[in-house]
Design a protein. Structure first.
Lengths: 404, 136
């Protein structure tokens, strides 16, 4: 076993060597511009692009023509939201999203609000799920888009996308989903799930960074978006820019591997995750899982160790790469807004750790991580005045703190 | 973020972790911060009533590594100081000693506040004690 251990696979995943092998020829040998229609260099590049398009489409139940290549999910999210807002401006100016979305959605919405779009940010329940009744009530005759993420990047909670899609469709509203964390990990099907637009990223599924796609539905309904980048009219006019072939080949290969290996892999992920959880819960009191375990990515565990601050825990497990919702680990000095949205309380947000298990983690690594975390949490609780008070039977919520 | 060696040393080998009897009239307790802010420090001093010298200091901290190091360092510095000398400890001294980056300055401020709170608590107890003696 090699240290440090990487267990932060929601942030990014290491490249699968098979993906890298597939990409290799497209740096030096096949370097053509896929838009060059009149020579073999261009044709070869185009062939690689079309193969990738098919691999992506197959994984998500779409057709090749519905795949628009982008630089990643952030761009896909921007293109979907801004592109729909602009294209359907005459129909309405209202978008519905959720409080726990990624910043690439929330900040895009904030930008749109400055341009006259009205945005409803649905709260989530304590289990992390959107309340479907609230969604129904939020839809008005001005609503043009509902954008709810498939699976959350912090807590791994999977939203009821198919039902959300059904509700939106019944009212003639388009549905976008940021499926960055879901595609390749769990079965996603744009038809069954009633999805009109979907953001995909390569580097969350063992592909390269800087490569992603936006699924744009072509039939029932035919979705149109206004391009956000002007140029040569690539990608059927939706996203200009010469296609980045190596990244596109990598995304396609990553999807193809996921499609074959997902059934086995997701079982293995769930086994390792559940083992980690069981070990932590057996050895430590007052640990709380954030978000429902029932609807959750198989590789995610987001857990709060009460009375221990997240950054100090990360410092003690410095040979393990994970992340924390603690304010001290963020640039803004604010604890995770996702955990706050669950209503867990800021104190538990400060104490949270996100484990993201991946394809290349071993059972030995999981055992090591569990033992190390248990050891450090125990040590830090010895150091924690809050743990001492709790053990004395003091109700911490009733204490008058000198907040600063 | 990279931690200074001194922060790492205090984090890995915190000095004077523990609790003193808060009901002891010679013990002053300071508790500052709040769980929702991500840091709470409890700092205690035991003062020799004859000499005014701090003979024991203990801490417990919920917070990041820099908060733990700041309070650990504070207890180290308190040993052997008189209460008035202890009040001279400034957060900037802690920042310099531990080479804290700007985002961690609030940890040192909290440590200074904890020292002041502990000594204030001790002084308050001493006054009550004197009053109790006087009223007898």
């Amino acid at each position: 076993m090699k240290l440090p251990i990487y267990m932060d696979n929601h942030a990014t995943t290491p490249m699968d060597p098979r993906v890298f092998e597939a990409m290799k020829p497209y740096f030096m040998e096949v370097f053509g511009n896929a838009a060059s229609r009149n020579h073999s260099f261009g044709w070869q590049a185009e062939e690689a692009v079309e193969k990738s398009r098919k691999q992506i489409a197959d994984l998500i139940g779409a057709t090749s023509k519905e795949i628009v290549f982008t630089s990643g999910s952030t761009e896909s999210n921007n293109l979907a939201l801004k592109g729909v807002a602009e294209m359907y401006a005459e129909k309405g100016n209202h978008i519905i999203t959720a409080a726990t979305e990624h910043k690439a959605i929330l900040d895009t919405c904030k930008r749109l609000e400055k341009h006259g779009i009205r945005v409803t940010y649905l709260p989530v329940q304590t289990n992390g799920l959107v309340d479907l009744e609230m969604l129904k009530e939020a839809i008005t005759d001005k609503t043009i888009l509902v954008s709810i993420m498939y699976a959350n990047n912090e807590i791994g909670v999977i939203q009821p996308i198919a039902e959300i899609g059904k509700i939106a469709k019944a009212k003639g509203v388009l549905v976008h989903t940021d499926a960055t964390q879901a595609v390749g990990k769990i079965p996603v099907n744009v038809i069954k799930d009633n999805i009109d637009l979907m953001s995909i990223s390569a580097h969350k599924m063992y592909g390269p960074k800087g490569s992603g796609a936006l699924y744009v539905r072509r039939k029932s309904p035919r979705v149109q978006i206004t391009a956000q980048m002007d140029g040569g009219g690539h990608e059927r006019g939706m996203r200009s820019g010469t296609l980045a072939i190596p990244g596109i080949v990598g995304l396609g290969e990553a999807c193809a591997i996921c499609q074959v290996e997902m059934p086995e892999e997701s079982k293995r992920m769930a086994y390792l995750r559940d083992k980690l959880k069981a070990k932590l819960e057996a050895e430590l009191d007052e640990v709380y899982v954030n978000g429902t375990m029932e609807h959750r990515l198989p590789n995610n565990l987001n857990i709060s160790f009460a009375y221990v601050e997240g950054e100090s825990l990360l410092m003690g497990i410095n040979d393990i790469a994970v992340s924390s919702g603690s304010a001290c680990t963020s640039a803004t000095l604010e604890p995770s807004y996702v955990l706050k949205a669950l209503g867990a309380g800021d104190d538990l947000a400060h104490s949270s750790i996100r484990f993201g298990i991946g394809r290349f983690n071993t059972e030995e690594e999981v055992d090591y991580v569990a033992a190390k975390v248990i050891d450090v949490v125990k040590k830090l609780r010895e150091l924690s005045p809050l743990y001492e008070m709790a053990k004395e039977g003091i109700d911490l919520s009733k204490v008058q703190w000198a907040a600063h | 973020m990279a931690y200074s060696n001194k922060v790492l040393d205090h984090y890995n080998n915190p000095r004077n972790v523990g609790s003193l009897d808060k009901n002891d009239p010679n013990v002053g307790t300071g508790m500052v911060g709040a769980p929702e802010c991500g840091d709470v420090m409890k700092l205690q001093v035991k003062v020799n009533p004859e000499t005014g010298v701090i003979e024991d200091a203990k801490f417990k901290t919920f917070g990041c590594g820099s908060a733990i190091a700041s309070s650990s360092l504070a207890t180290e510095w308190l040993y052997g100081k008189t209460v008035d000398e202890a009040l001279q400890i400034k957060n900037t001294d802690i920042v310099n000693e531990l080479s804290l980056p700007p985002v961690k300055i609030h940890c040192s401020v909290l440590a200074e506040d904890a020292i002041k709170a502990a000594i204030q608590d001790y002084k308050k107890k001493a006054v009550t004690k004197t009053e109790a003696v006087a009223s007898k």
